[in-house]
Design a protein around this ligand. Sequence first.
Ligand SMILES: [Mn+2]
Length: 347
Amino acid sequence: MNIDYLVGSKRDFLDFLDSIGLYDKVAILTHNDLDGLASGLFLEKILEVKGIKVDYIQFLDIRSDMVKEASVKLNELGITKVFFSDLNVESIDYEGFEDLKREKGVFLIDHHPTRENIKDISNMVKTSSEDCAALVTFVLGGDFLDSELWGWLVCSAIFADYAFRSEKNLKFVQSFYPEVTLENISSSIPGLNARRISSALIYYRNDIQYVYNLVKERNIDELSEIHELIEEEVYKMVDDFSENKEYYPQNEIYFYEIKSRFDILSYVATLIGGTDPEKNFLFMYRTKDFVKFSARSSGLKLDMGHLMNEGTEGLPNSEGGGHVPAAAAKVPEEYVEIFKERILGKK
Ligand SMILES: [Mn+2]
C-alpha cells in the first residue's frame, strides 16, 4: 500500500516505538470521529504487540487550546510519551504542542493540511488529505496488526473520511471487499459499518469510550438500533433540505440550517454533500455554546478548508479549517451573521 507522505516516514514511527521504555507511561489522544477512533485503536493494538500498555486514551474535539487543556491531565497521570492522531494540533494549538514536546516524547500522525510552515518536523507523519489517519496508522503498523481482524475497520474509516475517492484507496478497500465500487460503497458492508459507528459517535458523544470498547470487541451489531434512530433523523433532514435550502450565487453554495436534538451536522453534510459533485454546501447547527458549520465540495470546486479559515479570521473564540472537499468551523452566536456574509454573500 502506497502512502503519500508529506512529512516523516514509517522509519520515524518505528524509531519512536523503539524509544518507548519500560518506565514510560503512554497516552493516545485522537480525534472523536470514526477515523480518529480507528487510528487510536490501531495504535493501541500496535503498542500491545510491542508489549507496551496504553495508560490513557482520549477522544478530542477540535478546539483552539486543545493541547494545553489535555496537558493538565497528561501531567497529572505522569504520562511521558504521547501519540496524537487525526488532529492537526501543530496548527490548531501550536504553542501547546511545542510546550508539550519540551516535556514529553510526542509523535503525531495526521492528514489535515498544516496552516503555516512548521519548523520542527521531527516525530511527525503528515500525509495528504486523502490518506486518512486510520489508513496511515494501519500501514505504519504493518506486521504488528492482524489485517484479517482489522481490515473491516480501516475500510469503514476510509469510507467515513471520503478517502475512497483516491483510486489506490478504493483498490485497497476492494482487496478486502471485491464487490465494492464508487457507486455502491455507501450501501456496502464498510459503508454500513461506518454509518453504524458514526451514528453511535453522535448518540454517545459524551461516552465515546463506550463506542470505542464495542469497536475493539468487534461487536458493533449492538449499535444497530441506535443507528436506525439516528438515520431516521438524518433522512428527515435530507427531506427538509430539498424544500428549505437556500442558494447563494457568490460562491455557488447551498446553505441549510439543521434543527435536530442530535448533532447530526457532519453526518448530514457528508450525505447531502456527496450527492452532487457539481455543487458546494454549507450546513449550520446551533449547540448551546457555539454555532457549528460543516462545508462540503465533493467535486473539489471550492477549497472549503480555506473558505472556513477565511470566514473565521480575526473573530474571537472562532476557528475554521479542514480539507478541500470537507471542512468545518465554529463561531459564537454573535458572529454568525459576519461569518455567513463572508462565506455566502447575498442570497
Ligand atoms: Mn480524519
